[in-house]
Design a protein around this ligand. Structure first.
Ligand SMILES: NC(=O)c1ccc[n+]([C@@H]2O[C@H](COP(=O)([O-])OP(=O)(O)OC[C@H]3O[C@@H](n4cnc5c(N)ncnc54)[C@H](OP(=O)(O)O)[C@@H]3O)[C@@H](O)[C@H]2O)c1
Length: 243
């Protein structure tokens, strides 16, 4: 019987990892189920929460999971904390696959925000037409920023009405720098708001802002204590080989 690997997914890295492992292990990729479309992946797919760290512990035991790779987004802090706790409790090896943040380069006008609330506080002093690219879940932090007009990019349409000073643009990564530059110019954007997500798929907006000389308000990653970690898929595969 092949050993069973659980990949906590929801990122392009998780999908690439599942494809690179192929049939060597019995791979289960787990998704939160926030998206309307489900990616086509090798191995098995399960969708939906586990029920906290306790539920995940039970799942690890019932499914006889031999190892877990947490390849969730750097801002998905709950599931990562649950993975750490459950794997410790059950004695299952855990690796966090964490993509590197975007390096600051010459020409970047980067302003750091500690969290969403801090970003909302700083924003009016940086611009009046913001390109808000933080996903859907934490948009509420910006609802009271009435002096700024927002172009809000999200993958799926909003589930609730948005303020009048917000315009939605739908799009699914990967995003291309030329197209992001065109979007920013067309809408008269004077500041970009982003999470410090890192990764190639959404790097285009950082390049575009640099080319246009725009400030980038970058929300720092939440602090997590994840134990063993890898910064690339090759490193994650090497960890698996060593197990
Ligand atoms: N946050 C972002 O900016 C962002 C961006 C791109 C993609 N994503 C992806 O979207 C998903 C949800 O992100 P989030 O920020 O809402 O995460 P989160 O705050 O860490 O998770 C909230 C809850 O959703 C469930 N969950 C999250 N990821 C899961 C997974 N891969 N498999 C099964 N259950 C999962 C867990 O429910 P239970 O407690 O019931 O187990 C977790 O407690 C993640 O898989 C992440 O990789 C997030």
């Amino acid at each position: 019987m092949r050993p069973k690997l659980l990949i906590l997914g929801g990122t392009s890295e998780a999908a690439t990892l599942a494809r690179r492992i192929g049939g060597e292990l019995d791979v289960v990729t787990s998704l939160a189920g926030r998206m309307t479309t489900i990616p086509d992946l090798p191995g098995r797919l399960r969708v939906g929460g586990f029920g906290g760290a306790e539920g995940l512990s039970r799942y690890l035991q019932e499914e006889r999971i031999a190892a877990v790779i947490d390849a969730t987004h750097p801002f998905a802090r709950h599931i990562s904390a649950h993975a750490l706790e459950a794997c410790r409790t059950m004695g299952v090896p855990l690796l966090t696959l964490l993509r590197a943040p975007w390096p600051k380069e010459e020409g970047d006008r980067r302003i750091v925000a500690a969290d969403m609330a801090d970003a909302a506080r700083q924003l009016p002093s940086l611009g009046s037409r913001a390109f808000l690219t933080i996903g859907r879940q934490e948009l509420d932090a910006f609802r009271d920023v009435l002096q700024v007009w927002f172009l809000v990019r999200m993958i799926d349409p909003p589930s609730q009405p948005l303020p009048e000073n917000w315009q939605v643009i739908l799009g699914r990564p990967p995003f291309d720098a030329d197209n992001d530059r065109r979007i920013m110019k067309e809408h008269g954007i004077d500041v970009l708001v982003t999470k410090a997500s890192g990764g190639a798929a959404t790097h285009g907006k950082i390049l575009a802002a640099r080319q246009l000389g725009l400030p980038v308000l970058m929300i720092e990653r939440p602090q997590t204590n994840s134990g063993a970690s890898a910064a690339s898929i090759d490193e994650a595969l090497a960890w698996l080989n060593n197990l």
